[in-house]
Design a protein around this ligand. Structure first.
Ligand SMILES: [Zn+2]
Length: 258
């Protein structure tokens, strides 16, 4: 039995279970693997290349609001409070509740994705998130909090996809963080100007294609991921199964950047 930071007790039960790989998920009539690109964001938790959006759960929003107000209170009431430990424990409890809700949601979602697809493609943690977070202070604390929770969701998504791909004989492709997934037009591959975070929809100046920001990014990630996947499979000795994880930066010698 273990106890976490939120003061909850856990009983661990180990179950030995043989996990068989799922049958391959190929497109009808060929050996072309079914692939899906996933964009992780603040507007929707996850957007697929088909335009499906996994929203941030309403329960999570409620918890985040509460967490945001709790995180302010220990500082503001430092002198008055006789029991700062209580506030810390309530914050820890909220963090635990948020991560439980998020994990359940992502667990179901990733199981479905891994069943239906042979190759899943995500982006390496965008460095812009980390850089922006360092500058956040004061009244921007709330925005910083929602970004840090989104980063936590990204970490959870990748963790789940990693082990499920290994269990079921699938491949997770992690595209380089410098790949311009948002700015590139998925129809003609022209790289447009940088888009402000408030821009949800845009049209390509070169070909006129209309894009949903996140769906376009997910399509670009899928295409780039498949380019990597094909190059890595072609470079492998015949008869070998594709790796369960392909991280772009580890294959830079074989697959030059787009
Ligand atoms: Zn275009």
């Amino acid at each position: 039995m273990t106890r976490d930071r939120a003061g909850r007790f856990f009983l661990a039960v180990l179950v030995e279970e043989a996990i068989a790989p799922l049958p391959d998920a190929f497109l009808p009539g060929g050996r072309e693997p079914r692939a899906m690109g996933l964009d992780l964001g603040l507007a929707a938790l996850v957007t697929t290349d088909g335009g499906e959006k996994l929203p941030h759960p309403r329960l999570l929003r409620k918890y985040e609001k509460k967490l945001s107000s709790l995180q302010r209170s220990p500082h503001r009431k430092r002198k008055a409070s006789k029991n700062p430990g209580k506030a810390r424990e309530r914050i820890a409890r909220l963090y635990a509740a948020i991560s439980d809700v998020r994990r359940d949601l992502l667990d179901q979602f990733t199981t479905r994705l891994v069943r239906e697809n042979q190759v899943l493609v995500v982006e390496d943690l965008p460095i812009a998130h980390l850089m922006r977070r360092a500058k956040d202070t004061g009244r921007r604390r709330k925005a910083a909090l929602s970004r840090s929770l989104a980063d936590a969701a990204w970490g959870e998504l990748v963790r789940l996809l990693r082990y499920k791909c290994a269990w079921y004989g699938r491949t997770l492709v992690i595209v380089d963080r410098f790949f311009p997934s948002t700015r590139r037009c998925s129809a003609c591959h022209t790289k447009g100007p940088r888009l402000d975070v408030s821009v949800r929809e845009w049209s390509c100046a070169a070909c006129g294609a209309a894009h949903d920001r996140d769906t376009n990014a997910a399509v670009n990630l899928r295409d780039e991921g498949m380019r990597l996947y094909r190059a890595v499979v072609a470079a492998m000795p015949p008869g070998r199964l594709p790796p369960n994880v392909i991280r772009a930066m580890e294959w830079a010698k074989i697959v030059p950047a787009a």
